[in-house]
Design a protein around this ligand. Structure first.
Ligand code: EPU
Length: 429
């Protein structure tokens, strides 16, 4: 694996704001679909070919983790070939700590080897991020769970399918559903996951697993049924377009009063976002296989609550806040998935936004002009919100610590430049 992009140089985006975005942007493959699909390749010794994998630091980390487990990985122009002829069931802290999403190797390892030992991923800036529901699912399949020395181990003589309820305090769990679904593909008998996550990324994973010979039905609904099979084989798959990236560029187009075509974005994955954009005075129109985004007039305030799919995604909450900062009137954003996902509020305030936090809600008094300033990215989506605000603000904005953005947005600076934005990647001083 080339490590060229695995650098953690402190880089910034320097943005000269006030330019409406115009043109076409191609939406990359979905990060959050690609990560568990890459992990699923551990379920077979045969080669898996995964197309449309975005070139991100997160997908490169996942490739490194697969290699550390014994797989061979080739990543060329968006196509990833994984062959996990032999795998070991042990993942190191140094690799896992870098990316919370790496927990999704646990299900495939448990399914294939009947044992897995993975470093506990820990919390992150957006909240506590427990894995109790993943473990509850593994236990229900018959695994014994132990936590020791910062590692979580799961082991079973055999996995047995059962009905289980996987809902938690905030509703369903995306990676928990993915993990249990992957382990259950090689269990004896039938597993039924109730309160399963309905996200399109879970459906994409189920489609890949079925292409590998799994028997999964109901993905995309709250009840997923998995009939265990003896063995899985290699498969080819194309990852779905990234609905969060699409939403981010749609909001950037609206915030700068531009007109942007999102190439390959799927309206059916973006209903809640499109609905809120419409309510805020933004048109999103189908143009063949693409979506065209432009304002219908002045921006309007609105209220948003984040919810599991098909509700408004938490991963678009920060970007929507930047748009609401520009919309005259009061908008209320309520975050129901993660308890501390408002790190962007104080940084948006540095650009002139008027936002107050009241418990799980942010009250945005929109319509004040934004002006450029140096700001600090704190997590992936917060960083995207700062870039959007910087594009709409008057003057220069420097977004520092953009390694967060490189985790989840493929070539964001190049894509924005193609839309006419004045944005440069510079070394942080
Ligand atoms: N939760 C539990 N117990 C668990 C698992 C989750 O209580 O065992 C809670 C979480 O604390 C949270 C809620 O359930 O309150 C939902 O978390 P979920 O498990 O669905 O999140 P995740 O699977 O860890 C994925 C995405 C996140 C995205 C969330 C929610 C990946 C790699 N990550 O995380 O993406 O925010 O679903 O949609 O798929 C991002 O891309 O920026 C990102 C953070």
């Amino acid at each position: 694996m080339p490590e060229a992009r695995l650098k953690f140089l402190m880089e910034s985006f320097l943005i000269k704001g006030g330019v409406p975005l115009h043109g076409e942007v191609t939406i990359s493959g979905s990060k959050n679909a690609a990560l568990p699909i890459m992990a699923a390749a551990l379920l077979t010794g045969e080669p898996c070919i995964i197309r449309g994998v975005p070139d991100l630091s997160d997908t490169r980390f996942m490739a490194q983790i697969l290699e550390s487990l014994g797989a061979t990985v080739k990543f060329e122009r968006g196509t990833l070939t994984v062959r996990a002829q032999k795998v070991r069931g042990y993942a190191d802290y140094e690799l896992v700590r870098k990316m919370r999403g790496s927990i999704c190797i646990m299900g495939p390892l448990l399914g294939r080897l009947k044992k897995a030992r993975v470093s506990l991923p820990g919390g992150c800036i957006i909240g506590a991020r427990p894995i109790n529901l993943h473990l509850k699912g593994f236990e229900a399949l018959g695994a014994k769970i132990t936590i020791e020395g910062g590692y979580v181990s799961a082991a079973a003589r055999q996995l047995t399918g059962v009905p289980m309820f996987l809902g938690g305090r905030a509703g369903s769990t995306v990676l928990g559903t993915a993990n249990v679904m992957m382990a259950a593909t090689l269990a004896e008998g039938v597993t039924v996951i109730e309160s399963a996550a309905c996200e399109p990324e879970v459906v994409d994973l189920a489609n890949f697993l079925n292409a590998m010979g799994a028997k999964i039905s109901g993905a995309g609904s709250p009840t997923i049924t998995i009939t265990g099979v003896k063995k899985l084989h290699g498969a080819k798959h194309e990852v779905i377009p990234d609905r969060i990236e699409a939403a981010t560029y749609a909001i950037a187009a609206a915030a700068t009063n531009g007109e942007v075509t999102l190439k390959g974005a799927r309206a059916e994955h973006l209903r809640a976002v499109i609905d809120k954009l419409n309510e805020s005075g933004v048109a999103v129109e189908r143009r063949g296989a693409n979506l065209l985004v432009h304002r219908k007039g002045q921006l309007k305030s609105a209220d948003v609550t984040t919810l599991p799919y098909s509700g408004f995604p938490t991963d678009v909450q920060a970007q929507m806040m930047s748009l609401f900062a520009l919309a005259p009137g009061i908008s209320i954003i309520t975050e129901r998935i993660f308890e501390s996902r408002f790190m962007h509020v104080s940084e948006l305030a540095r650009l002139g936004a008027d936002i107050e936090i009241e418990g799980p809600s942010a009250i945005v008094k929109g319509g004040r002009p934004l002006s450029g300033a140096p700001v600090m990215a704190s997590d992936l989506r917060a960083s995207a919100a700062l870039v959007i605000a910087g594009l709409a603000a008057k003057g220069a904005t420097q977004v520092n610590r953009i390694y967060h953005l490189d985790r989840g947005y493929e070539s964001m600076d190049a894509k924005l430049r193609k839309l006419g934005a004045r944005i440069e990647r510079v070394e942080e001083k």
